[in-house]
Write a protein that binds this ligand. Structure first.
Ligand code: FRU
Length: 505
């Protein structure tokens, strides 16, 4: 990936390697009969075409939910960043709007930079976007925080005195991006992602008027074990606690972290005592939160990640068909009784449900090997509760997106001994690879799964949202079967509900 700090070499290397991988990908897709055209998602948000990454500027403004996003409107790989824009009445169906921000000024006009991630707030009826202008000069990245305004939520004008924060404080470094702004006790606050000496940081600012900002403090920082750079930090209150969520670079498989603790506004410092992962899958990054009119704290994440490309800088099968990247389904978050976060799909998504299949109280024997689930399709929701009694049970789970010839299948399997939920895409499509493992806090002999399958992604919520796992797969459209299996001993399906989900497009 060409990081913000990357320079010419990374980009030209990526171009060469993407030409090379284009041939490989096309050859493989021909072999498996899949085409990215058919991979357009049914109920996940995508740009009309081309590249998408982080969600930006989530807000409810003048009767609509607004979703902005990092967008390259001239190609299906990362490029000079624009802010794409869409709005929705229900967070389910989306109306595409014109690009909201395009690189145009000396502080954001750069082939390798642009209008990087940020957030939105409303003040006196005006919608403000706060974003990072990024330019590269020589081998130096210059990132500054900028403002744009709109009276109608559609046409934005950049503030003539941008940037409002031209340079990082001494505690930060050139990596200085992704401002998230909120209001507290009559003042505006902003947290910005940064790093110093290989340790990620969140920097805190405040302002009376959104235009003049004062640096307050390092809100929180890595001790070396929490990543080398914190992208997209987001601080918010939840119940009587505060949550700091960010996407750390350099934490290996951990892509999005949350910390739970307390905020001291007097000194501008957040202290924490609990840590968790927002999503344990291969593909979930840079989530942003907002509060909706009902008071729900909702997050949307980019359902990809920078290191997901299996071969060099390949952006995957869809990018051969002029699109790449999507948003996760919106998730409502709350504090669980154990003090950790709970994630649930928003209620509104139930409006997508069509054909319903239900079974209850069914004993499954391993020798039966599979129980076909009588719902087929590439766009499906499954809600299942499983119980077991025998010590002999080894594992159970689903084969998802199975092709009629058995060549393609994606395994979601829970292994009792290891207490691990495994997502294995070895046989998914001939392109995807990797086995994603998530350790479950197993309290008793039961498990609840809430699974959202779409054309090329699968989101799995475990035990009422204690953990979530999102992964992408690219099976052919014919791979629309689902099977349940268990190994070692009997198992009881307490209940299983499955629905086809209609398309939002
Ligand atoms: C996170 C990120 C941000 C940056 C944006 C650039 O995915 O790297 O830090 O603002 O993407 O597109």
């Amino acid at each position: 990936r060409a990081r913000a700090t990357g320079v010419g070499f990374t980009f030209s290397f990526s171009r060469l390697s993407s030409i090379f991988t284009s041939f490989l990908v096309v050859a493989i897709l021909n072999h498996f009969g899949a085409s990215g055209v058919f991979l357009r998602l049914k109920y996940h948000f995508m740009a009309p075409a081309y590249w998408i990454n982080d969600p930006n500027g989530l807000i409810f403004y003048k009767g609509y939910y607004h979703l902005f996003y990092q967008h390259f409107p001239y190609g299906s790989t990362w490029g000079s960043m624009h802010w794409g824009h869409a709005r929705s009445k229900d967070l389910v169906s989306w109306e595409h709007l014109p690009v909201a921000l395009a690189p145009s000024e000396e502080y954001d006009l750069d082939e390798c930079g642009g209008c990087f991630s940020g957030s939105a707030v409303e003040h006196d009826g005006v919608l403000y976007l706060i974003y990072t202008g990024t330019i590269i000069r020589g081998d130096k990245v210059i990132q500054s925080q900028c403002l744009a305004m709109s009276d109608d939520g559609i046409v934005f004008k950049k503030y003539e005195r941008n940037p409002v924060i031209p340079a990082p404080p001494a505690e930060g470094s050139n990596d200085f991006r992704d401002p998230k702004v909120w209001r507290h006790n009559g003042k505006w606050y902003m947290v910005v992602g940064s790093c110093k000496d290989g340790k990620g940081k969140a920097l805190l600012y405040s302002s009376e008027d959104l235009r003049n900002w004062s640096y307050i403090n390092v809100l929180a920082e890595s001790d070396g074990s929490l990543g080398s750079m914190w992208e997209c930090p987001d601080l918010f209150s939840l119940g009587d606690k505060h949550v700091l969520m960010f996407s750390p670079m350099g934490m290996g498989e951990k892509k999005t972290i949350y910390l739970i603790g307390d905020m001291n506004y007097d000194i501008g410092r957040f202290t924490w005592d609990r840590m968790g992962e927002v999503d344990c899958g291969f593909e979930y990054y840079a989530p942003q939160s907002f509060v909706d009119p009902q008071g729900r704290r909702i997050i949307i994440g980019w359902s990809n990640a920078w290191d997901w490309m299996p071969w060099f800088q390949s952006f995957g099968p869809t990018s051969e068909n002029n699109w790449c990247g999507a948003m996760s389904i919106p998730r409502q978050i709350s504090l669980g009784s154990n003090g950790y976060l709970l994630f649930s799909s928003i209620e509104e998504l139930k409006s997508l449900r069509t054909n319903h299949f239900r079974l209850t109280d069914l004993n499954v024997h391993p020798c039966q090997s599979v129980i076909p689930v009588h719902v087929r399709g590439t766009s499906i929701e499954i809600l299942v509760e499983i119980q077991w009694a025998s010590e002999m049970l080894d594992s159970f789970g689903f084969q998802l997106r199975c092709s009629p010839d058995g060549e393609q299948k994606t395994t979601l399997e829970y292994t009792i001994a290891r207490q691990e939920l495994i997502f294995d895409r070895t046989h998914s499509d001939g392109f995807s690879s990797g086995v994603c493992k998530m350790k479950i806090n197993q309290m008793d002999q039961s498990l609840k799964l809430h699974i959202f399958v779409d054309t090329c992604c699968v989101e799995v919520f475990v035990n009422d949202g204690e953990q979530v796992m999102s992964n992408n797969i690219y099976p052919s459209i014919e791979a629309d079967g689902i099977e349940f299996f268990c190994n070692g001993s009997d198992i009881r399906i307490v209940s299983l509900d499955a629905w086809n989900l209609r398309s939002i497009w």
